[in-house]
Design a protein around this ligand. Structure first.
Ligand SMILES: *Cc1c(COP(=O)(O)O)cnc(C)c1O
Length: 543
């Protein structure tokens, strides 16, 4: 065996080890842990959704609205939970669950989570968290460094400074994006002379003072819906989020972006923020961040990068350059609970300028006193768990090269799957992976040939049927429960920009093998044959 082959095998072996639950001595196992470790293949069996029961049926077991008057033994209640809840939950860690960003977890997360819950530290203030506060600041510092790559002395000066903050830890990408735009809004409409700033006087007074006729946030048409939610909460209104069309690679069209900025300037509408997406939720593509930074600078807009999903790519030296330009962002969102394999409830935003978060500072007398190092003075959320500990532990246990292996493997798997689909007679690749995400659909060979020469009307008719077939296959596959891919609707240039229904695949689980991918395609072909209407109609049309 060659050395490189041995290394490759050792690598896969170690990936397997951290994503599988080791046998623990049975005497120390509680009922739940026993359940989990005994059924490693999934304590839900081999099924993605362990039961084919309809949701409306399950709802009947959760119909009681009165609070129990009778106490229950813990062991009895455990059995109740296992039967009614656990057995009917979704096996998100299955290697054939490749439809969403919710991922498998390394085995060590489970005991560490127990420790975290047991300690029940509250990160809102030091009085209830002590060492957890510097730990969280360090994690934010590490993630800041991952993005901005400043030197030791920078982190020495700012990481633990009471009046500064390199970012905010929060429950997820939604709150991270909201925090970034909140900081941007308050810095734009800051106190000025008699005007006390938007934070105190509100948006109406702020617009009057600064004499703007409106405020806009610009993002590509592939932007995440959390930006609209943020605009809503911040009082800017959802319509202030303007979607800029993308090119054929699902990246923002910078020419149109610059045009829109110019048009808004002439209408006296201030661009609050330009948001670049690094890893779109639907297709996994990355915007041209460098060019966007240029435009943001020109119009003096806050440049935010939503790297909730793709940010972890920075951990891979192989692929880091895909996000070039991210270091020019004023703020960056990264979700640790996506490609960093930490359980849900772990998002964060980092800020280039350690002083910018002062714009959202809040104080109270009994906690968060001025000059204290309480994290709560710079976060939207109040009471918060010690989730940063899980990120801290993962960064140490897996380490950067370990994450690089995971990221590289996902991208390699996605490219393998894309090549397989492209070569396959019965499938059409819709978007090529840039990260580990791709979209495709089932299109029989004859229909592919037909589409190549079809008139616009014929093409539309065939695509309407193909949408129905895609939906049928996806739903049936999900209900059969052996594997899971998701579905979404995206504009496809080839079909004149028509919104087309496609399968969406996220290949983040390191235990997903080539065989599993082939099985998923074969299963989809078999399901397609059972379609009573759509497939026969399509084939007749293509004749
Ligand atoms: C997942 C995601 C979000 C939202 O994050 P949550 O953790 O679900 O709140 C925002 N933006 C992008 C690009 C995402 O992929």
């Amino acid at each position: 065996m060659t050395a490189s082959k041995r290394t490759a095998e050792a690598t896969i072996e170690s990936l397997h080890r951290i994503f599988t639950i080791p046998e623990a001595p049975s005497s120390t196992l509680g009922l739940v842990e026993k359940e989990i470790s005994e059924n490693l293949a999934g304590f839900l069996g081999n099924h993605i959704v362990a039961t084919e029961q309809a949701l409306t049926d399950i709802e009947k077991d959760f119909a009681e609205s009165s609070i129990p008057e009778q106490p229950q033994f813990v062991s009895d209640h455990m059995h109740h939970l296992l039967e009614k809840l656990v057995s009917r939950s979704v096996h998100t860690s299955s290697p054939s669950f490749i439809g969403h960003m919710t991922s498998a977890l390394p085995y060590f997360i489970l005991p560490l989570s127990k420790l975290m819950v047991g300690l029940n530290q509250n990160l809102v203030k030091i009085e209830t968290s002590k060492a957890f506060t510097p730990l969280e600041r360090q994690v934010i510092g590490m993630m800041h460094r991952l993005v901005y790559q400043k030197q030791d002395d920078f982190y020495g000066s700012w990481m633990h400074s009471a009046n500064h903050s390199l970012g905010a830890f929060c429950s997820g990408g939604t709150v991270a994006n909201l925090t970034a735009l909140w900081v941007a809004r308050n810095n734009l409409l800051k106190p000025d002379g008699d005007f006390k700033g938007v934070a105190r006087s509100g948006l109406y007074a702020a617009l009057k003072h600064y004499q703007y006729d409106g405020i806009a946030i610009l993002v590509s048409a592939r932007g995440h819906y959390s930006l609209k939610k943020s605009a809503d909460v911040l009082g800017l209104g959802q319509d202030s989020v303007i979607a800029i069309p993308t090119d054929e690679h699902n990246k923002i069209d910078c020419q149109l972006l610059a045009q829109k900025c110019e048009e808004l300037r002439q209408r006296n509408i201030k661009v609050l923020s330009i948001v670049g997406v690094a890893g779109t939720t639907e297709t996994g593509n990355i915007d041209p961040l460098d060019k966007m930074a240029e435009i943001a600078q020109q119009y003096r807009a806050h440049f935010h990068v939503d790297a909730a999903w793709g940010g972890a790519t920075l951990l891979s030296n192989t692929h880091r350059s895909l996000l070039d330009g991210i270091e020019r962002a004023d703020s960056v969102t990264i979700d640790a609970h996506k490609q960093m394999y930490v359980p849900m409830g772990a998002g964060l935003v980092v800020f280039k300028n350690p002083a910018s978060v002062a714009a959202i500072e809040h104080h109270a007398e009994y906690i968060l006193r001025k000059g204290s190092k309480d994290l709560g003075s710079h976060t939207l959320e109040g009471s918060r768990p010690g989730m940063a500990m899980l990120v801290y532990a993962s960064l140490h246990i897996i380490s950067r090269p370990g994450y690089e292996m995971l990221i590289d493997r996902g991208i390699k798997n996605a490219n393998y799957f894309a090549d397989t689909i492209e070569r396959h007679d019965e499938f059409e690749l819709v978007t090529r992976p840039e990260l580990c995400l791709l979209t495709y659909r089932f299109v029989p060979k004859a229909v592919q040939v037909f589409l190549n020469t079809a008139s616009p009307e014929e093409s539309l008719e065939a695509n309407l049927l193909l949408d129905k077939l895609t939906k049928y296959i996806q739903k049936t596959q999900r209900e059969d429960g052996k594997s899971f891919v998701s579905r979404t609707k995206i504009e496809v240039q080839k079909y004149h920009g028509r919104k087309t229904l496609v399968f969406r695949v996220v290949l983040a689980n390191p235990l997903t093998t080539k065989k599993i991918l082939h099985d998923i395609l074969n299963e989809q072909i078999a399901i397609a044959q059972t379609s009573q209407n759509f497939l026969p109609q399509l084939l007749a049309m293509a004749k």
